[in-house]
Write a protein that binds this ligand. Structure first.
Ligand SMILES: [Zn+2]
Length: 485
């Protein structure tokens, strides 16, 4: 039986922006009324989802040998200025602290836009020998960038939450292998546990992280056809260890600069992706593992029936599920069942259990699945197994839907004419083309294709060669073109 409550949200596919605003507000995820542009408040429900997401990534990082640490939010100006490319890349986006009370500071302090220049001075004190390596560490923190583009909650802010790793290795080979391990970690959580598919891309030379030798990124697809970068991993070579005098002696006793990597997991954007990709016209649809509320039990009373018996039956089920570690609530407030359905649908509760006289008398439960919006009545004793099994199915359904959308958005195009024809169509796509890798060519593409930009090289197709779709030069590589956030 399919649920027949009226949809109450704007159509996500047609009007994503309005849908998103409604979800954040009605679902009590974040509040945008803090009063400082680009800064938002995570409300309890939003923060509960966020903490569950963070836990998944931190567990995976620790499983692969990363240890937590925590650096100050301020970076002295002299450190931030040390790496030339790095400061060039971030200078326009830095928030500065210039005073303490009424006294001008002797040296300005930056609010970290990213933490390399905070961390490496300490690495030069901690890391002395090849025996100290590999050194793998991460922190889960907020970072600050003075965005000049329009800000949007969770998608683009002046303060955002992320996890950053900063790893150091004796050789470049080991460090490069780390960027591949980063991709696996990202896959393990983002794709397998959160159901968010993404493209693994090597960014073009002109599009690298300031100070990096190689930059890899993870782009996912939003319902409006734009791509969103939700994570990046960088091979930094010895650029930062040289600048900050990190010197180790190797096995032969020779002094050398070790190689390093960093990996950024865009937590704010990942939360936005989960809401936007999985949600529907009734609200959020959350994977079981990160849902702050996993099961809600709603009694359906009937006049003249022993409703106290229904309550007791519900509470017995609630206690049994809670004992198994499931986050469950029994809602016997005096709101109507319809109002309760609306409330929990909006918050993406994966399972709703409805108990009325029929269920009570037959020793059954009626379970409603949020993702496919279908009800099923099962034996009470089977409930726990049912939830365990079906929670995997929910994730599978969400992931498959998202994966199909991503696959359908990608079109291979070989000629400029064909590309122009597609671009004129209303539907946004991700184009897979041959591209020469030159920045001038990329600029022309962006100007003439109304914002479509080069996103980089698919890591599983780095070797293919052909003619640049724009300038026609030979020896071009495969690249994606897309509109992006
Ligand atoms: Zn070209």
């Amino acid at each position: 039986m399919t649920e027949k409550v009226e949809a109450s949200l704007p159509d996500k596919e047609k009007n994503m922006s309005e849908w998103y605003t409604e979800i954040l507000e009605r679902g009590e995820v974040v509040d945008i009324r803090y009063g400082v542009k680009g800064f938002i408040v995570y409300r309890p429900f939003g923060m509960e989802i966020m903490k569950n997401i963070i836990k998944l990534y931190e567990e995976e990082l620790e499983k692969t040998g990363h240890r937590p640490f925590l650096f100050p939010v301020v970076i002295p100006e002299r450190n931030l200025r040390k790496e030339k490319e790095h400061i060039k890349g971030f200078e326009g986006e830095v928030f500065w602290i210039e005073k303490g009370g009424h006294t001008p500071l002797e040296e300005r302090l930056a609010l970290r836009p990213t933490s390399e220049t905070a961390i490496y001075p300490l690495y030069s004190l901690w890391l002395k020998s090849y025996r100290d390596l590999p050194f793998k560490a991460y922190q889960t923190v907020t970072v600050y960038r003075y965005e000049t583009k329009a800000t949007r909650p969770l998608l683009r802010g002046r303060e955002f939450l992320w996890i950053e790793t900063h790893n150091v290795y004796t050789t470049g080979e080991e460090a490069r292998a780390q960027t591949r391990e980063d991709a696996e970690i990202f896959w393990e959580v983002t794709y397998k546990k959160l159901g968010i598919p993404f493209l693994h891309i090597r960014r073009e030379e002109y599009d690298k992280f300031p100070g990096a030798v190689e930059t890899y990124a993870f782009d996912t697809l939003m319902p409006d056809g734009r791509v969103l970068q939700i994570g990046t991993t960088h091979y930094l070579g010895t650029n930062f260890t040289k600048v900050f005098d990190v010197i180790i002696h190797d096995e032969k006793g020779d002094q050398k600069h070790p190689h390093s990597t960093c990996f950024g997991i865009g937590l704010s954007r990942i939360l936005a992706s989960i809401l936007l990709i999985h949600g529907d016209e009734y609200g959020m649809v959350l994977p079981f593992e990160i849902a702050p509320l996993q099961v809600v039990i709603i009694p359906i009373y009937k006049t003249g029936f022993d409703n106290e018996a229904i309550d007791n039956y519900c509470m017995e089920i609630r206690d049994k599920l809670a004992e198994e570690g499931i986050k469950v609530v029994f809602d016997n407030t005096d709101k109507s069942p319809g109002e309760k359905y609306y409330y929990y649908d909006m918050r993406g509760v994966p399972f709703r259990i409805e108990i009325g006289p029929r269920e009570y008398q037959n020793n059954t439960v009626t379970v409603f699945r949020r993702d496919i919006r279908k009800r099923e009545t099962i034996d009470k004793e089977e409930l726990l197994n049912y939830i365990r099994e079906k929670s995997k199915d929910i994730l599978e359904t969400l992931r498959k839907r998202a994966e199909e959308r991503l696959a359908n958005a990608i079109v291979e195009v070989r000629t400029r004419e064909e590309l122009m024809k597609y671009v004129k169509e209303d539907r946004r796509r991700i184009f897979k083309v041959y591209f020469c890798g030159k920045e001038e060519c990329a600029k022309e593409i962006k100007n003439e294709l109304g914002g479509y930009e080069t996103r980089g090289i698919p890591t599983d197709e780095e070797d293919k060669r052909g003619k640049c779709i724009w300038c026609g030069s030979e020896d071009a590589h495969i690249a994606y073109l897309a509109k992006a956030y």
